[in-house]
Ligand binder design. Structure first.
Ligand SMILES: [Zn+2]
Length: 822
């Protein structure tokens, strides 16, 4: 099907003004299809001309200004001819429910057989639900009516009410883009609170009523405090009525979606088992991120997808900015630096990196792949740099002006630059050219030239050099405490900038102290060697986050042998007070380093070292703490002898550990991988945990069985069966590849490259890319894997998402190969 091009969108936006949508959905027509009637009122600046509306579904009839149209779609397009100055289009259609998290997704809860439906209209899937002009700059108010089984609750972007049995009607929304339209319907259960004139609601499936009740106070309080923080920052109130609902929905692809007034969250975020503080912090960041979108994205929307960073970079930056005051996560910036930014640096040093604000995104399909770690963490970090460079007052002044000028409309990078330039009097356009229009990462380090100490800047893989406003901190190690003695903030540019007053004899001089910029950093050789002593001694979590980042980036760049990272984790994680830093570094050491970067011969020793590190953490962790859980989870993944796992699963766990559903599945899965549990144990566990999540875990465990028949069955489902849901596919692919099963899965490495294109061909752009990424043979670290990926990448007919997944897989294998020879 054709993907809407930028040129088509521009032409249609010049031609049309959409006045309103009225959408009627009938969700009582069985398990496969729903009814959809759309009435669109729109003006046309050039009467007599033609255009088209979009619909993915079965067209029953279409009437334009009372004239019957030929009810034949051209792919997903309904031609509209001879437009009047004012027009009314009525389209009657049937839609198909999806199982891929796109359009109107339908889910049957295995726990109680209840049915749930939710709409995900992003990126161009509103047309899967109702006929529309599906582009971000044709905003219009939407009035929705829905028919459902009597016992259901229906939530949508505005306040709604059940006006007759099974008949729900909603207040007309403020103008919004089609991609933000949602409706959630089913026997959802709810928690509410009033705050500052807004009715806050959290909703979930009936089978999750208990965890929802347990989390309600925390979630409602967080939402209320984020509203207070954003109202104070922006000077303009939440603009989408007097309700703000957040719905935990099943089988959701993203973390969450910012539909105005009705945010959808993946329901794994409603924790049914014990969780770590790191996971709770991530959830809080997601809640704050989606709320920031009510301004950036929803109130002011990008004109076209090339400016999607205006949504994502801002929402990410703002969420970490408000978390310290609006939540219990006072060290959120350290988590951002030591967790989110690692993914940003990885993406920006990959083969496919792109500018934060690309010059041109040709069509909607190409936009989808840019919802990536450039648009989120790198963009957010670049905005933090912008705030540092402009000063906070000018930065916020520019944002307020931007909202005032473009509320309920659309805006571009140029519009934002104008507002920021007016507020600051600085050359923001020049700054944007450097930072938003070019790709690639800078590397900073201390350097002495002609006896003067300064900062040297390099461009990794030829990245252009930029102007940076950075902090430089000098630290002294006193016993086991590393204290900052001196800090300067300076602007640097070009390959070398002398910094007067910098002493060269400190135990540590940290460039980018305070993490104001986006650049990787190297330390002096002695400090680099001393990291296992310096890092645990640093009292400031942000300093530790930066030191962890130095070590991680140097490992990925093959500047340090991977075993040094394992040794650093062993030395510094037991004392690491930040839950997010501890969890991230344990996961990196246990995952990428052990399974990919280390020579396989060194893997057992590394697993042993990490297991001992976890035991040390368990010995002094408070019973029932997140820290205890983090250590136990990692320990489980490090164990290679079934006996201890079996004892743990039988209940011999440390005091305070809850042997709940998620932990049981984690133990069972490790036993399965090691060949110590089989189909009978998986079936028994599923009978114990007959839930949606239990079914996903069981699918993953079956794919992980070290058995040729099980692998063949999993492979067949993954590559051929197009009835599987997005979650089932993910579970299969993630279970299939196990570093312990290299010999068994070796035949599937060439099969992946032979079969992945046909396996993804009939799938939506979103799912095709995801499947290609999940199922990439990343543990097959060899030149042959790189070469096979290259052969596919040489083709010019790859879908954008598949190309991105293949390039990422290839890049990561290259990184692993280089690390192995470091
Ligand atoms: Zn977002």
């Amino acid at each position: 099907m054709p993907s809407l091009t930028h040129a088509e969108a521009r032409a249609r936006a010049d031609q049309l003004t959409v006045r309103s949508y009225r959408v009627e959905l009938d969700l009582t027509r069985g398990a496969e299809r729903f009814g959809s009637v759309s009435t669109i009122r729109f003006g046309c600046a050039q009467p007599g001309t033609d255009t088209f509306a979009e619909l993915r579904g079965t067209l029953r009839s279409a009437t334009l200004n009372g004239r019957e149209l030929d009810p034949t779609l051209q792919d997903n397009r309904l031609p509209l001819t001879d437009l009047g100055a004012e027009n009314e289009l009525v389209v009657v259609a049937d839609g198909d429910y999806s199982h891929t998290g796109e359009g109107l997704h339908r889910f049957v809860d295995p726990a109680d057989d209840n049915v749930y439906v939710y709409a995900m209209s992003f990126l161009d899937c509103a047309q899967n639900i109702f006929c529309c002009f599906d582009q971000p700059d044709l905003k219009a108010p939407v009035t929705l009516a829905v028919t459902v089984p009597e016992e259901w609750t229906v939530l949508a972007n505005e306040r709604g009410a059940q006006v007759a049995a099974g008949r729900w009607e909603f207040t007309e929304t403020r103008p919004m883009a089609t991609y933000m339209t949602t409706v959630c319907a089913g026997p959802y259960v709810s928690q509410h609170r009033e705050h500052d004139g807004i009715r806050l609601g959290w909703h979930a499936r009936a089978s999750l009523a208990e965890p929802l009740a347990a989390a309600a106070d925390e979630l409602l309080t967080l939402t209320a405090r984020c509203f207070d923080a954003y109202h104070a920052l922006f000077g303009v109130r939440y603009g989408f009525g007097d309700t703000y609902d957040q719905v935990f929905v099943p089988e959701f692809n993203a973390g969450a979606m910012e539909n105005p007034g009705c945010v959808t969250h993946r329901d794994e975020l409603l924790y049914r088992s014990a969780v770590t503080d790191a996971e709770l912090e991530t959830r809080a960041a997601i809640v704050a991120h989606e709320m920031a979108h009510m301004w950036f994205g929803d109130l002011v929307t990008m004109r076209w997808w090339d400016d999607l960073w205006l949504n994502e970079s801002f929402a990410t930056y703002l969420s970490y900015r408000v978390l310290p005051e609006a939540s219990a996560y006072a060290d959120a910036w350290a988590s951002f630096a030591g967790h989110n930014k690692l993914a940003g640096y990885a993406a920006d040093q990959s083969s496919w990196t792109h500018p934060v604000a690309p010059d041109e995104v040709p069509d909607a399909d190409s936009a989808l792949v840019n919802f990536d770690m450039i648009s989120y963490p790198k963009g957010a970090s670049v905005l933090r740099q912008l705030a540092a460079w402009l000063g906070d007052e000018a930065f916020l002044g520019g944002l307020r002006d931007h909202f005032a000028r473009h509320a309920y409309g659309n805006a571009t990078l140029a519009d934002l630059v104008d507002s920021l330039a007016a507020a600051s009097g600085r050359d923001v356009a020049g700054w944007a050219r450097q930072w938003l229009r070019t790709a690639g990462t800078n590397r900073l380090r201390l350097s002495t030239v002609d006896g003067r100490v300064g900062v040297r800047q390099d461009g990794v893989h030829g990245a252009p050099l930029r102007t940076h406003r950075i902090g430089i901190g000098s630290y002294r190690l006193d016993g086991d405490t590393l204290t900052r003695e001196h800090r300067v903030e300076v602007e640097i540019a070009g390959a070398y900038t002398a910094v007067p007053g910098l002493a060269d004899g400190a135990d540590l001089v940290l460039v980018n102290d305070g993490d104001l910029t986006f650049a990787t950093v190297r330390l002096a050789e002695r400090a680099m060697r001393d990291l296992p002593r310096l890092l645990p001694a640093a009292t400031d979590p942000l300093t530790r986050a930066l030191l962890w980042t130095v070590a991680w980036d140097a490992t990925r760049a093959a500047d340090r042998p991977p075993v040094a990272f394992v040794e650093l984790v062993a030395a510094a994680v037991p004392g690491e007070a930040s839950p997010t830093l501890a969890a991230t570094m344990l996961a990196n050491a246990r995952g990428q380093v052990t399974d990919r970067y280390l020579d396989p011969a060194r893997r057992p020793a590394a697993l042993h070292t990490l297991a001992e590190t976890c035991r040390a953490m368990l010995a002094d962790a408070a019973p029932g703490s997140g820290r205890q859980l983090t250590a136990l989870r990692t320990l489980v993944s490090c164990l290679t002898e079934p006996a201890e796992l079996t004892r743990l699963l039988a209940g011999e766990v440390s005091a305070g550990v809850l042997l709940d559903a998620e932990l049981r599945w984690r133990l069972l899965r490790r036993l399965v991988v090691l060949g110590a549990a089989g189909p009978a144990e998986i079936d028994a566990e599923l009978a114990r945990d007959h839930t949606g999540q239990g079914a996903v875990h069981a699918t993953g465990c079956r794919a992980a069985l070290p058995d040729a028949g099980a692998k063949q069955a999993a492979w067949q489902s993954m590559t051929v069966d197009d009835t599987l849901t997005n979650r089932q596919l993910e579970a299969l692919a993630r279970g299939f590849w196990q570093p312990e099963q290299a010999e068994l899965t070796a035949p599937y490495v060439p099969r992946y490259f032979a079969e992945i294109l046909p396996a993804t061909a009939g799938r939506s752009g979103e799912l095709a890319g995801r499947l290609a990424g999940w199922s990439f043979p990343g543990y097959a670290v060899s030149a042959g894997t790189v070469a096979a990926a290259e052969t596919l990448l040489a083709r010019d007919d790859l879908a954008a998402g598949v190309r991105r997944a293949l390039a990422t897989g290839r890049d990561e294998v290259r990184i692993a190969l280089a690390a192995r020879s470091a």
